[in-house]
Structure formats: structure tokens, C-alpha cells
Design a protein around this ligand. Structure first.
Ligand SMILES: NC(=O)c1ccc[n+]([C@@H]2O[C@H](COP(=O)([O-])OP(=O)(O)OC[C@H]3O[C@@H](n4cnc5c(N)ncnc54)[C@H](O)[C@@H]3O)[C@@H](O)[C@H]2O)c1
Length: 362
């Protein structure tokens, strides 16, 4: 950690330099309490490309060497899903706090190991649930917390995206994880954020023609019904083999229906729609005002602003010793909901209770 006269800054080291390069740039250009100091990837081409964008950063192909550095306070993990558990434990054991992209883990065994390592080392972890930190979703949350929708009665979310480009770029997605952990983690986290603890899920899944063409091991199309511990309900959908129709549906949408009003947040369009108490429908379109910050003026879909927002939020939480969200225990509860969805869909839609799965970990 370095101290300037005005404010302390934490140092950030990023492992996995594809989407992780976005984090390096975000933490070099947008953050106030944390700044990028190190980057790591086993692929020299990824390092060369990241170096051109962040020449002030120190790079290595050796994760242990990055963990050895005193100027790295927080490690941000952007490697393939199945590596997250092991790399989190290594970072905790090296005395680092961790920001792990979604999903934190994709097996119950890794969830157990990560939780145990956090307890032993006292290190903290923030899950990089980027959608929560996107402008339109943050506006929706602020209004919700002011009571704008009244009593929440239904939460409806989806994330849809055709993924042939992703299989070509990241072949590990075909058979070392599942879309319930990759893509569906966005709407599942949003539903958990609003409904609180989930009691049970009922899910259906299938493989699209695209998934069959690529030989994807699990389902790439899910529909899910949720019952919260307090009895409220939600539903979500994820489709990773569709033909996109963005004028009809944004990639990610979160609809809240409440006793006093309704609201909708959208990604990529960065629109927030809500009802006012007299029934007027209001639309805030933030795309042109905020596109440089969130998209770096690139094509929709980059995550500069969201990554900067959550990295800064976590840094402020560490420096002031106050809690953040979603931290490790909440993230593991959400992982368990995803695992229950996977089990339910694999079993033809059997209702899966969350409590017995949580008992395997907590
Ligand atoms: N919205 C979001 O928050 C968001 C968006 C995209 C991806 N992700 C997540 O980020 C992670 C990575 O996705 P991606 O699209 O960047 O994948 P990718 O396959 O494009 O990149 C992974 C990188 O990790 C590197 N790598 C692999 N093993 C390594 C190791 N042992 N040590 C160091 N580097 C290693 C690879 O060389 C590659 O550059 C996934 O978990 C994904 O779910 C999150």
C-alpha cells in the first residue's frame, strides 16, 4: 500500500489478461483508491498486448512471482473458471485480498477450500458481479432503496448472448464449466441481490443448435423459478445460442414489480425505466453521457466502468474496514443457488432445496 498526502492507494495485480486487461486499464485510468501495478498471464502475446495499453505496469508469466510482490495488495482473477478456486487460495495464503470475477468457483469442493482459506488467513474477497455496478442497474438500486417500487413482489431477470465467438476464443468454456456459472451468474446474482436468501429453485435446461455444434457439455439455455426464504418469487432466463434481437431485448435486463411501481434496468443500452407515483413512465438514457466511462468509447460490451466501480468499492471497504457486497459468504451462497439450478435442470426440473447444499459448506 502506498500513502500520498491526500489518500492511501492499494496496489492491484491482475491474473488472466483477456478480460483482465480491461481491469488493468480501468484501474490505471478510472479508480481513485486502487491502481494497477502488476499483470500476469501464461500467454506471452497477452502480456505484449496488455503492455502496450498499460506500459507502467510490471508483467510476469509466473503467478507466484506476482504474489511475492509487496506492492500488490489485492489480486484480481480473470482466468478460466476452473482455475479460480486454486488461485484464490494461493492469493489468500500470500496475504492478498482478492477480487474474483464471476463465478468465484464452479465446484462445491472449491467453495469449501476458498471459505476455509479465507477463515485461516483473514483475507477478504469481493465477487466481480459487474452488472450490479453498471450505471442503469445502480440507478435502479438507488431508487429501490428509496422505496420507489414499494414492496417487491416479483423479480425477473435475463442474460442472453450468442456465444460462438466465445467458444472460438476460449475453448475451455465448452467442457470445463457450465453456462449456469458463466452467463447465468449475472441474473442469478441480481435475483439474489433483491430477494435475499433463496429457499428453493426449479430449473429447466436444454442445448441449442449452437451448443450441439460446439459439443458443449452442459446446457446453454436455462429457465429458472426461484422461491426466496421469505416466500417472494423470481424468475430468470439465460440463452447462449440465440439469434440476438437487441431492439426487442437487451442482453441483460432486470425488471422489478412492486406494490407501488415497476422498474427496468438494461445493459447494453444503459437505460433505466421506472414508474412515478402518478403512473407516469420515465426513461433515463445514460448511454451518450456515460459511454466513454463504461465502454471506453468502444463497441457496447466492454466493462471498464463496472470494473473500476467494484474495484474502488472494495478498496474503500478495505481501507475503511467496512463491509462490501457481494463479499465471499454472499458469493458462495449465490454459487450454491447456481449449483442447485444445474442439479435441478440436469434432473428434469426437480425442485432443489438450497439449505442442504449450504450445509455442505457453512
Ligand atoms: N462481466 C464480467 O464480469 C466478465 C466478462 C467476461 C469474462 N468474465 C470472466 O472472466 C474469466 C476469464 O474470461 P475471458 O473471457 O477473459 O477468458 P479468456 O479465455 O479470453 O482469457 C483467459 C486468460 O487467462 C490466461 N490464463 C490461463 N491460465 C492461466 C494461468 N494459470 N495463469 C495465468 N494466466 C492464465 C489465458 O492465457 C488467457 O489470456 C472467466 O471466469 C469469465 O467468466 C467476466
Amino acid at each position: 500500500m502506498s500513502n500520498t498526502a491526500s489518500q492511501p492507494l492499494l496496489g492491484l495485480g491482475v491474473v488472466g489478461l483477456h478480460e483482465g486487461t480491461t481491469m488493468l486499464v480501468a484501474a490505471s485510468t478510472r479508480t481513485t483508491h486502487i491502481r494497477a501495478v502488476a499483470g500476469c498471464d501464461t500467454n506471452p502475446d497477452k502480456i505484449a498486448s496488455a503492455r502496450t495499453r498499460c506500459p507502467q505496469v510490471w508483467f510476469t508469466d509466473d503467478y507466484a512471482a506476482m504474489l511475492d510482490r509487496d506492492d500488490v495488495d489485492v489480486v484480481s482473477i480473470f482466468t478460466p473458471d476452473e482455475l479460480h478456486g486454486r488461485q484464490i487460495v494461493q492469493a489468500f495464503e500470500a496475504g492478498k485480498h482478492v477480487i474474483c470475477t464471476k463465478p468465484i468457483v464452479n465446484t462445491i469442493e472449491d467453495a469449501q477450500r476458498v471459505l476455509q482459506a479465507s477463515k485461516t488467513t483473514g483475507r477478504r474477497l469481493l465477487v466481480g458481479q459487474s452488472t450490479r455496478f453498471f450505471e442503469s442497474f445502480a440507478c435502479q438500486r438507488a431508487d429501490f432503496e428509496q422505496g420507489a417500487v414499494g414492496e417487491l413482489e416479483l423479480v425477473d431477470a435475463h442474460y442472453t448472448h450468442r456465444m460462438d465467438w466465445f467458444y472460438d476464443k476460449s475453448p475451455w468454456a465448452v467442457n470445463t464449466t457450465d453456462w449456469v456459472f458463466l452467463g447465468l451468474s449475472h441474473p442469478v446474482d441480481l435475483i439474489r441481490w433483491y430477494l435475499g436468501p433463496i429457499a428453493s429453485v426449479h430449473a429447466l435446461g436444454t442445448r441449442t443448435a449452437l451448443a450441439r455444434r460446439y459439443g458443449v457439455a452442459g446446457f446453454d439455455l436455462y429457465t429458472v423459478n426461484f422461491t426466496a426464504a421469505d416466500g417472494r418469487i423470481g424468475r430468470c432466463m439465460g440463452n447462449y445460442g440465440l439469434h440476438e434481437l437487441p431492439r426487442a431485448r437487451n442482453a441483460i435486463e432486470l425488471m422489478l414489480y412492486g406494490s407501488a411501481g415497476s422498474s427496468l434496468a438494461q445493459y447494453h443500452d444503459m437505460r433505466y425505466l421506472c414508474t412515478k407515483p402518478d403512473g407516469t413512465e420515465c426513461l433515463q438514457d445514460m448511454l451518450y453521457a456515460k459511454r466513454e466511462y463504461y465502454f471506453n468509447n468502444e463497441v457496447h460490451g466492454m466493462h471498464y466502468g463496472e470494473f473500476a466501480n467494484y474495484a474502488d468499492s472494495f478498496a474503500r471497504g478495505i481501507l475503511a474496514d467496512h463491509p462490501c457486497s457481494p463479499e465471499l459468504e454472499e458469493g458462495i451462497e449465490t454459487f450454491i443457488v447456481m449449483e442447485a439450478i444445474r442439479q435441478s435442470a440436469a434432473d428434469g426440473g426437480r425442485v432443489i432445496e438450497i439449505a442442504p447444499l449450504l450445509k455442505q459448506i457453512f
